[in-house]
Design a protein around this ligand. Structure first.
Ligand code: MG
Length: 165
């Protein structure tokens, strides 16, 4: 059964938002590389790949339903950030915005009577809890260490351990 055109279009748009997320975090990885903070850069590289996998989940869902994927243009992400803390503040604001988008998609799927898309969107709602939490925890640590350079070096070593997913 064909998907509601409103949901199909909204899911196509969400592919772009997930790729925009990947692009933003990749830009943050470049920023951290330039600061010689390879652990922070690694964390952002892994995050960017995870966002690409999110885009592919929506991509695959549309293909599985026999719907056409139409990719949209990506916006240029910011290249510079005021500080590591400012970068993570922006990451948190972005993830909260994405959570709002996913909630909107869930509500749209209910309204459009598309129960087949609800498990995927349910998965994303749970994923967003995790995304916001992990960024919040890093941000809290950055707030705690403030201007302490040693703290930043220790955090960099910690974040270097993030496994690729
Ligand atoms: Mg995502």
């Amino acid at each position: 059964m064909a998907m509601s055109p409103a949901l199909r279009d909204a899911l196509n748009e969400q592919i772009r938002h997930e790729l925009d997320s990947a692009y933003l975090y990749l830009s943050m990885a470049a920023y951290f590389e330039a600061l010689n903070l390879p652990g922070f850069a690694r964390w952002m590289r892994v995050q960017a790949r995870e966002e690409l996998s999110h885009a592919m989940k929506f991509f695959d869902h549309l293909c599985d339903r026999g719907e056409r994927v139409v990719l949209q243009a990506l916006a240029q992400p910011p290249a510079d950030f005021a500080s590591p803390r400012a970068a993570f503040e922006q990451a948190l604001a972005h993830e909260r915005w994405i959570t709002g988008r996913i909630r909107g998609l869930y509500e749209l799927a209910v309204r459009e009577n598309e129960p087949s898309s609800l498990p995927l969107l349910q998965w994303f709602l749970e994923e967003q809890i995790e995304e916001e939490r992990s960024v919040e925890q890093i941000l809290a640590q950055l707030q705690r260490i403030g201007e302490d350079g040693t703290g930043l070096v220790l955090m960099d070593r910690e974040l270097a351990r993030r496994k690729s997913e």
